[in-house]
Design a protein around this ligand. Structure first.
Ligand SMILES: Nc1ncnc2c1ncn2[C@@H]1O[C@H](COP(=O)(O)OP(=O)(O)O)[C@@H](O)[C@H]1O
Ligand SMILES: [Mg+2]
Length: 511
């Protein structure tokens, strides 16, 4: 074998979901005793790319080589046998089983039964090799997040992998747990024959742990280099989403000072610290929240909507809100759609059931039993589907059979159908949908704020990491950095360079 041959290499990796290209001709390689990090915004395609390596997803285009040989894995059993192990972003442990039981879970060869003692011995062997000290004989639900993470990693070592993929391994760790974990990963790289692919969106972390860094942006590989050749600003700049071309929506400049203020926020205390926010939303206004991943946009919205514990005092529709939960906020006229569409729907249920599940307490539900009244709900669902131009076959089909864009239209459509909604918060509503569907979402949003029926106009808070779409659709953009709003820009002062610069540097721009 050539000394410097990559252990794993992918040329032109491409993965599509319908019309949407999640991974777009990515070239990538990793060598033995090397940590390569993949960084990118949410939805950049990091997890999808790695799932192509392990055979979870089929490959639409591109050639993959393992130890110099062209390979094609149809499932994780095949990739694992070859020596590629992945610790997925989603936790994958059975809480009531012990660490040892979880480690052997799914690895027992079909015919042979592994005794409790054998399982324990095998797990201890892995633990010793990794120089860890976690107890393996207690149910994993009794362990902390960091320890659970390490149990998953031990499981990934069951087959002595040559390539280890860690998908956002630090996302679930507490503050004090990250550094020891990074030291552990480096130690594995130093002491074992292994190549490590490390996914994260936290830049400091990557500079601390990586030999090389690869940046993915909208499915494309924008930059790959050795860490000593890179600066943080270079990496952040490569992560910025430049946006793909889409139709412009017309936005008239309005005098908002004359319009009623729906939401007025100054500061709030959550996640253990104070956040300077200082922003307003008027009736008929689309307000954008821009910032890099981790800048605190979603956290702020969750605080407003009662999804995040906070000490706060802000004004919504004339009332001072200090305590709230999502139910009380919906009653007051606020609704938020989640960043991950999957969290806003029941995959296996029909369009009708998904449209009506927000309304179980309203007139659409059967008294007491909570059963949705069929005829009435069908009629209501039909209206939502047609009002929002959803493309579907029949209302009883499972929602998961629709494209991402059409699912998003349903999620937005049913949210604004709630009585008296005055503020709609959209968290990354266009992630993972094709440009045509994106444009329809922009039109819908503008229609909600600009409708001629003045009493029906609402305010929209639009969270996005795609600057071009915010410049397209918003009346005002607030830029987040490190949990605070650093600066606001009105449409007449929109300037892409200024806004990007505030987001990247976390400092106001004057003038
Ligand atoms: N199974 C799927 N079906 C349709 N779209 C998907 C699927 N998995 C991921 N996507 C979309 O592909 C894009 C990339 O997702 P992902 O790889 O999870 O991003 P990352 O891990 O970088 O946050 C996202 O826009 C996501 O919505
Ligand atoms: Mg991911």
């Amino acid at each position: 074998m050539v000394e410097n041959q990559a252990i794993l290499r992918f040329a032109g990796a491409t993965k599509r979901f319908g019309d949407f290209v999640a991974v777009d001709h990515v070239d990538f390689e990793v060598h033995n005793k090397e940590i390569v990090s993949i960084i990118g915004e949410n939805g950049a395609g990091k997890s999808t790319f790695c799932k192509m390596l392990t055979g979870v997803y089929s490959i639409d285009d591109g050639e993959m080589y393992f130890e110099g040989k062209r390979v094609h894995y149809r499932n994780t059993t095949e990739s694992m046998k070859a020596g590629i192990s992945m610790v997925y972003q989603e936790r994958n442990l059975v809480g009531m089983l012990t660490g040892a039981q979880n480690i052997v879970l799914g690895h027992e060869p079909g015919k042979r039964f592994i005794s409790e003692r054998q399982a324990y011995e095998r797990a201890v062997e892995i633990r010793d090799k990794l120089r860890l000290t976690i107890p393996l004989d207690v149910p994993v639900e009794e362990l902390g997040a960091g320890e659970q993470q390490l149990i998953e990693i031990m499981r990934a070592f069951y087959n002595d992998p040559k390539v280890l993929i860690l998908d956002e391994p630090t996302a679930s760790l507490g503050e004090g747990e990250v550094e020891p974990f990074l030291d552990f990963v480096k130690n594995v790289r130093n002491t074992m024959d292994i190549a490590i692919i490390f996914i994260s969106h936290k830049i400091e972390e990557l500079f601390a742990v990586s030999d090389r860094i690869a940046v993915l942006t909208d499915g494309r590989n924008m930059l790959t280099d050795h860490v000593e050749n890179l600066t943080q600003i270079q990496v952040i700049t490569a992560m910025l989403r430049t946006g793909k071309s889409y139709g412009r929506v017309p936005v008239a400049e309005k005098d908002f000072s004359a319009l009623p203020v729906i939401l007025d926020v100054e500061k709030a205390f959550y996640d253990g610290r104070e956040h300077e926010l200082n922003f307003q939303v008027h009736k008929g206004e689309v307000v954008g929240f821009y910032g890099l991943v981790g800048s605190g946009r979603t956290e702020c919205a969750e605080m407003l909507f009662g999804l995040r514990k906070a000490e706060k005092s802000y004004t919504f529709n004339g009332s001072t809100i200090t305590r709230c939960n999502t139910r009380s906020m919906i009653e007051r006229g606020m609704i938020m759609t989640p960043e991950k569409r999957a969290n806003g729907m029941f995959k296996a249920l029909s369009l009708v059931d998904n449209i009506c599940n927000l309304f179980l307490k309203s007139g659409l539900s059967g008294r007491g039993a909570g059963v949705v009244k069929r005829a009435k709900s069908k009629e209501f669902a039909d209206r939502i589907l047609s009002d929002n131009d959803v493309k579907y076959n029949f209302p009883g089909q499972a929602i998961s059979s629709l494209s991402g864009g059409n699912i998003q239209k349903i999620i937005i459509g049913r949210s604004i159908a709630i009585e008296n909604i005055t503020l709609l918060i959209l968290d990354e509503p266009t992630n993972g949908i094709d440009v045509g569907a994106k444009f329809e979402i922009y039109q819908k949003v503008r229609q909600l704020t600009d409708t001629k029926e003045e009493q029906k106009r609402i305010g929209v808070l639009f969270i996005s990491s795609e600057i071009d779409e915010l410049l397209n659709v918003c009346d005002k953009i607030y830029v987040f950095s490190d949990g605070n709003i650093i600066q606001g820009f009105e449409r007449s002062h929109f300037n892409k360079q200024d806004i990007l610069s505030v987001a990247v540097r976390g400092k106001r721009i004057d003038g």
